[in-house]
Design a protein around this ligand. Structure first.
Ligand code: SF4
Length: 127
């Protein structure tokens, strides 16, 4: 039950297309209640979003020796939302050599987040 010491944050759950409106009550940084979820996944999302919001990252890096100049990559897991700019910066100068296999680690422990960035597709070498 919310009182004057309770902070309420509102999020839209991205767990499925239903997009439930979540209300997360917290006191002194601790989540005490999540409302508005239709399933357990939504409750977990609300807690996570309040305590440690994370986002998946998809981008491209340079690739040498392939038919294309850029390789699509993604984070193997979601990264802390407030580190996304650092992660993008860390990937800016990265260049890999073909061949590349889908799932291959392109940059381990990107920006010290503990998350690896992996190739989203395979690329064969030219010639
Ligand atoms: S709470 Fe459950 S039903 Fe609602 S949007 Fe999230 S995942 Fe979908």
């Amino acid at each position: 039950m919310a009182d004057s010491t309770t902070e309420t944050a509102v999020y839209l759950c991205t767990g499925c297309p239903l997009g439930c409106r979540l209300e997360v009550d917290a006191v002194a940084g601790d989540v005490i209640e999540v409302r508005g979820h239709t399933c357990k996944r939504g409750e977990r999302y609300g807690r996570q979003e309040y305590l440690d919001p994370r986002r998946p990252l998809s981008t491209t890096v340079w690739v040498r020796g392939a038919r294309v100049a850029r390789l699509p990559v993604r984070s193997a897991e979601s990264v802390p939302r407030d580190r996304l700019v650092e992660v993008a910066e860390a990937l800016r100068g990265v260049c890999v050599d073909a061949p590349v296999r889908r799932g291959q680690v392109v940059l381990a422990d990107v920006a010290g987040t503990g998350v690896d960035v992996i190739a989203s597709r395979s690329l064969e070498p030219v010639g």
